[in-house]
Every structure is written in structure tokens, then in C-alpha cells.
Design a protein around this ligand. Structure first.
Ligand SMILES: [Zn+2]
Length: 109
């Protein structure tokens, strides 16, 4: 990867990191324990629990993504970023911009 591409990708990763952190904060709000009181009707309490399950999964995924992005940033500093971990080919920059946390090319994904 060329220096100019690396600079560009660094910005993409930093932006995505920020976005992911904000997403995690929002999901943390949404995944607070569901109150056991009668503030909800019975049905809407079940809705709240269902939504919480979905949001819990989303939160796990975002946390996972955050770790991958942090690793991507480390790799970028070490000059190891952008090569497929499976076949070793460079991952097209277009793909990296779309999914900067990815570590595999389309073929190997
Ligand atoms: Zn590959």
C-alpha cells in the first residue's frame, strides 16, 4: 500500500472508529436492564425484552468491530495493513474503504 493510500485509510479508520464508539454508546443505553415494574404494559414489556435481545447482539457486534478497527490501526502503523491474512494478496482499497476492519480479500472472505 502506498503512503498516500495509507494516509487516506488512516482517516477512514479513525472516522469509522468514532462512528462505532458512538454506536456503542447508543446501544449501551438501549441495552440497560428492562425494568420489572408496570411502567410498561405486559405486551410492551415483552417488546422491550425482544428489542433488548436484538440490541445486545448489535452491541456485541459493534464491540467486536471496534477491536478489529483498533487492530487495523496498529497494522497500518506497522505497514502490515491491507494484505489478505489468508492469501497475502493486497485487498483492493475500495473494499477497505467500505469495510476498513476487513482482513481478507473478497475471494477469501
Ligand atoms: Zn485473500
Amino acid at each position: 500500500m502506498e503512503a498516500t493510500e495509507r494516509e487516506e485509510m488512516k482517516q477512514v479508520i479513525l472516522d469509522k472508529l468514532e462512528e462505532t464508539k458512538q454506536e456503542i454508546e447508543q446501544l449501551k443505553e438501549l441495552t440497560k436492564p428492562v425494568e420489572p415494574d408496570n411502567a410498561y404494559g405486559r405486551l410492551s414489556r415483552m417488546d422491550a425484552i425482544n428489542n433488548k435481545t436484538i440490541n445486545d447482539a448489535a452491541l456485541r457486534e459493534q464491540k467486536n468491530r471496534l477491536q478489529k478497527l483498533e487492530r487495523a490501526l496498529d497494522n497500518l502503523e506497522d505497514g502490515k495493513y491491507g494484505d489478505c491474512i489468508k492469501c497475502g494478496d493486497p485487498i483492493p482499497v475500495g473494499r477497505l474503504k467500505f469495510m476498513p476492519w476487513t482482513t481478507r480479500c473478497v475471494k477469501c472472505a
